[in-house]
Design a protein around this ligand. Structure first.
Ligand code: PLP
Length: 393
């Protein structure tokens, strides 16, 4: 009998990957029976291809001989492109020396938890929220303290909910806007209030997951943690290419770290993956510096689908859905259907051929909800809603 480390049992998962695998199996079976395919509103990834000029830049990088290791922190030109993009989007000056490039958004989360998590420490995280936060916190043995996000607040965090939960043991606070799984957007005044409280606690770090920051609707504004210079010694800002440029499979992300933590973050890179594969980094430069029309058209399409999704969800019996302000998720309340979230998730998949994710996969406060990713064609969304309506009525 193998004896694994006790912490391994604390590791959670991201249910979207399980549902993706189940949906693929079921889809094959349905097609073999001559039935309609499964419609996947489960996984959180754009249904668009990566823009052509980005793909071409990776091909060119390979042809140009970029086949070896790069600096662990990322190639300088990429980190400079990130700094220029942050200046253009958020109006902030960031030293490229604070940018650490990693394979996707997730590694920065894990690195932050490894830096701050240990038994006795407390880490605050949004609930419902991206499931890897809690999983990685608990892996380290730290206490995971949920920050409740409420439907009546359109799932935006309220700074007072965070401040009330901070104790002497708090080491790290995680915030995420626009948010997965709710599409909630934090109003700038709540960020201001949180920043003010954090400035009084220089012993507490903040990880701001801003991976959906380009996906905002109805004129909503993104407030980056980088816009609070007083937090420069505490703030870790996570962003990446996965969602913005439809590059989930490439594995490319980055964080801006406080100066004092950069060396440790790079050391974690060296220990973990050495560097991100070279052609992907060159693709990342092309994405940031090249034309933005494909990325912008994608957001436009998500906005249109968002409206269809919310209208159709609100017309379903027993379902109500607040309007998401960002990202590409809706988080309808399904309590009125009389079904529990997991039961509905399973019946939708098995009986209706629609993949969606049960709310509890995103935390304790997710019961009674379902996550719908509207990163799918309007036609598929309409068809999925017809199938849901048939199941529920
Ligand atoms: N942060 C949030 C809030 C996400 O929803 C996701 C992916 O779904 C990530 C980070 C991870 O992104 P990546 O696929 O680049 O690791």
């Amino acid at each position: 009998m193998l004896k694994t480390a006790a912490n391994l049992a604390n590791l959670g998962t991201e249910t979207a990957f399980d549902v993706l695998a189940r949906a693929a199996r079921l889809d094959a079976a349905r097609r073999a029976d001559g039935r309609s395919p499964v419609i996947n509103l489960g996984i959180g990834q754009p249904d668009f291809p990566t823009p052509d000029h980005v793909v071409e830049a990776a091909v060119k990088a390979l042809r140009d001989g970029h086949h070896g290791y790069t600096p662990a922190q990322g190639v300088p030109a990429l980190r400079e492109a990130v700094a220029a993009d942050l200046h253009a989007r958020h109006g902030v000056e960031v030293d490229p020396g604070r940018v650490v490039v990693v394979p996707g958004g997730k590694p920065t989360m894990f690195f932050a938890m490894l830096m701050f998590g240990e038994p006795g420490a407390e880490i605050l995280y949004p609930d419902p929220g991206f499931p890897i936060y809690r999983s990685a916190i608990e892996f380290t043995g730290a206490k995971a303290v949920p920050i409740p996000l409420r439907e009546e607040n359109a799932f935006a965090f309220s700074a007072s909910d965070v401040i009330e939960r901070m104790t002497e043991r708090t080491r790290l606070v995680i915030v995420n806007s626009p948010a997965n799984p709710t599409g909630g957007v934090t109003p700038p005044e709540e960020m201001d209030k949180l920043a003010e409280a954090l400035a009084e606690r220089p012993d507490v770090a903040v990880l701001s997951d801003e991976i959906y920051s380009t996906m905002l609707y109805d004129g909503r504004e993104h407030r980056s943690i980088l816009q609070y210079p007083e937090l420069a010694g505490q703030a870790i800002m996570l962003d990446g290419w996965s969602k913005r440029y439809a590059m989930t499979g490439w594995r490319l992300g980055y964080a801006v770290w406080p100066e004092a933590l950069v060396e440790r973050a790079v050391r974690l890179c060296v220990n973990d993956h050495s560097c991100v594969n070279a052609p992907t980094q060159y693709a990342g430069i092309a994405a940031l510096e090249g034309p933005q029309d494909a990325a912008e058209a994608m957001v436009q399409a998500f906005d249109e689908r968002r409206r269809v999704t919310v209208d159709r969800l609100n017309a379903l019996p027993g379902v109500r859905c607040v309007e998401p302000g960002g990202a590409f998720y809706a988080f309808p309340n399904i309590e009125g259907t009389g079904l529990e979230s997991r039961g509905l998730q399973d019946r939708l998949l098995e009986e209706a051929g629609v993949a969606a994710i049960a709310g509890p996969s995103f935390g304790l406060f997710g019961e009674g909800y379902l996550r719908i990713s509207y990163a799918n064609s309007t036609q598929n969304i309409e068809e999925a809603m017809d199938r849901m309506a048939a199941l529920l009525s």
